[in-house]
Structures are given as C-alpha cells and as structure tokens.
Ligand binder design. Structure first.
Ligand code: SF4
Length: 385
C-alpha cells in the first residue's frame, strides 16, 4: 500500500533500568541484543522506505525507551538507513530522546553529524530526592553536564521533559524546577510539562494500592497546573498544547503532526503507525520482531468516517489554537456544526469552548478550549467520542 506519511517514529526499547512509574515498552538488554535490534530495524526501514514511502519526510523522531543508551554508532547506523531509504525534507526536524547521564559531548557530536538536529531530555525534576522517588537513574547534576554537552556539540533546539505530581513534590519545589530550567543558559527552546499518571501494572500502582504513594493532593495538583502556564509564559514559552510549551517557532513538528492527523510510520518494536486511514501496530515480542521485522505488524483498525471526525476534534482541541472549521469541511465534506453542533453550542454556552476568527482561509473560525476549558479538557473531549 503506497501512502503519504511524512513522519517517521523510530522506537528504541532499551533502558538502563525501569523507572517506577513507567509502562512504556522498554527494558534492559545486553550489547549483542542492541546490535541485533538495530539490524532488524534497518531491515524494516529499508523495506518501508523503498517500497511504501513516496513522499519526503518532514520529521523523524527517535524515541523510546532511552535511545541514548545505545552506542552512538548504532544510532548513526539507523540514521544512515533513514537517509538511504527515505527522502528527508531539507528542513526536516530530526529528534532523539536522551536521558541525562547517558550522553557525552562525543556521542552528541556523532548525533549532530548524522543529521539529528533536536535533543529531547527526559529530566522530570531538578531535585535529586524527587528523581530518586521516581526511580530515575540520574541526578540533576548529570542533567546539567548532559545539557552543556549538547550545547557544546552545537544543538540549539532542545526540549526538556518535566513532571508534576511526583511523590513528595510541593508547589515550591515544582516552582523551583520550572524556574531553574527556564533560566538555563541558553534556555531550552521547548518544555513538556506532564503530570504523573499512575499506570496499572507499575510499581507505583502497587504502592498506591498499599497506601505507600505520597503524591500531591488534588488541590496541590491544580495549583501546580496553573503555576506551570503562568511561569512558562513569563519566561517566553507559548503554550501550544495542553502540556507542551515552546519559544516562538520551536513547536515540536512531530507532536504537531500527531495532533493534526498527519500520517506517520512507526518503526521498531511495538511501534504504532497511522496511514491510509488505518492504524497498525508492530509486535511487542522482541524475538518475533527480530525474526521478521517486515511482517511483524498487524492491522489494528480501519478508521470509519465517524472515527476520523471524532479524532480530528479530540486531537485538535488539545492544541491551544483549536480546530479550524474550514479544515473540517475540507477534510470530511461536511460542516462541523452539522455533526457536532449540539456539543459545541453547549460548551460555548458554558464558556468551556470559545470561537475566534481564523487567520485563513477567509471566513473560517477557530473553535478552541477556553482557559477554563483547558482545565476541564477531558470532560469536553469525552463528548466528541
Ligand atoms: S527512562 Fe523513560 S522509558 Fe525508560 S523506564 Fe524510565 S520512563 Fe520508562
């Protein structure tokens, strides 16, 4: 099936060890397994790039897991495979996720040389005791060294992931985390600020059940939530999605693509793809993937028109600019008010949604979450399912 995907996600499932809250597909592995994995990944990338992709890529995102636990030559090998088998747009955004303490200047320079131009650091907190309570492998000092190494290697586009609702965290410690990161020199271009979610099957879920997880209460959570956008905007970060903030022009293309329904291919273990109106997922069994990385994916679902409309609304409303009514008509041949008029009017009346003139095309409107609506985003979005 030919397709028009313009984004590729590459999953690297390896980590030094598991964090206590993590339910991502990731695990520790030896060097031999890592090498074999990259060979399988390159086979998949070669097949997909040569056989299925007819468009140029505007974004490549190497995520995980912790891609930076691989020796740099394996990342370079994966990138060579991308460049050999796909056409990369001249201004393509190429991101790699790194954990503090797993990179040095030499590794980062190798990333830069092979075409990676954006680093995303998983930091979470500037307080070592909070990092320890999450089961992270690094200290804040490790982060500072890794951040400096990235700057020295020539990276100017850097994201830092932060987390609120960490066990033991207070509004004061969260404020310090936000301000310390905003005051880095040079400051990161992008900050993702998510709150902790206790996922089933994780050590945190078990601790919560046994009453041993001391996470901030709801009132503190709301205080931290409001503090986040206030502080980040004071430091010049625009909120463009519920949990994502960027300096002007540094919004993450990979994220934006996902929220605006751009088709993407996910390569690697357990990676998800969306193209041709269908969703696919690669196997999450490592031996199965290694054995046949080309045929290890399965069709999850073919999206109906109703699914696609619902997804357009739910993902689009995550963006602070909201959805463009004419984009909806262009994509689905129907007026958004004919499909979702009831919900939209109700939330406009309740001031959870607001309407604004769109910059283009002429006469179109943006429908977006209001300040209060952002607070109650899940409640609003549920009505579009
Ligand atoms: S580093 Fe990220 S992917 Fe790895 S265990 Fe921790 S949270 Fe999960």
């Amino acid at each position: 099936m030919d397709n028009n995907f313009s984004e590729v996600y590459i999953h690297i499932p390896f980590c030094v060890r598991k964090c206590l809250y993590c339910d991502f597909l990731s695990f520790a592995a030896d060097e031999k397994a890592k090498e074999k994995y990259i060979d399988a990944l390159c086979t998949e990338l070669m097949f997909i790039g040569k056989e299925r992709c007819k468009t140029s890529l505007s974004s490549v995102f190497i995520g995980g897991g912790t891609p930076s636990v691989l020796p740099s030559d394996l990342i370079v090998k994966a990138m060579e495979s991308v460049k050999d088998n796909f056409t990369l747009a001249e201004d393509a955004e190429v991101t790699i996720e790194c954990n503090p303490g797993t990179v040095d200047e030499e590794k980062l320079k190798a990333y830069k040389t092979c075409g990676i131009n954006r680093i995303s650091f998983g930091l979470q907190s500037v307080h070592d005791e909070e990092l320890k309570s999450l089961g992270r492998i690094h200290t804040f000092d490790d982060f500072l060294k890794s951040y400096d190494a990235a700057v020295n290697a020539g990276f100017t586009n850097i994201n830092v992931d932060l987390m609120s609702d960490i066990p033991g965290q207070t509004t004061e410690s969260w404020e310090k985390t936000l301000k310390t990161i905003c005051e880095l020199k040079p400051a990161p271009t992008h900050i993702s600020a998510y709150s902790l979610i206790v996922e089933e099957g994780t050590p945190f879920a078990e601790m919560e059940e046994e009453g041993r997880l001391d996470i901030p209460d709801e009132e503190t959570d709301r205080e931290m939530y409001h503090m986040t956008s206030k502080i980040l905007s004071e430091y010049g970060y625009g909120r463009y999605e519920i949990s994502n903030y960027a300096k002007p022009g540094s919004e993450c293309r990979h994220n934006l693509g996902y929220w605006t329904g751009v088709e993407y291919y996910g390569a690697g273990l357990g990676a998800a793809s969306y193209y041709g109106g269908c969703r696919f997922t690669n196997t999450s069994e490592l031996p199965v993937y290694m054995d046949d990385p080309i045929d290890s994916f399965k069709l999850d679902e073919k999206l109906t028109l109703a699914d696609k409309m619902s997804e357009f609304m739910i993902l689009g409303l995550r963006l602070t600019k909201g959805i463009n009514t004419k984009d909806f008509t262009k994509r689905f041949g129907q007026d958004v008010m004919d499909i979702y008029g009831k919900q939209i009017h109700r939330f406009l009346d309740e001031k959870l949604l607001e309407e604004a003139d769109a910059e283009e095309p002429a006469g179109s409107k943006m429908i977006r979450l209001s300040e209060r609506g952002l607070d109650l985003a899940n409640h609003v979005m549920q009505s579009f399912i």
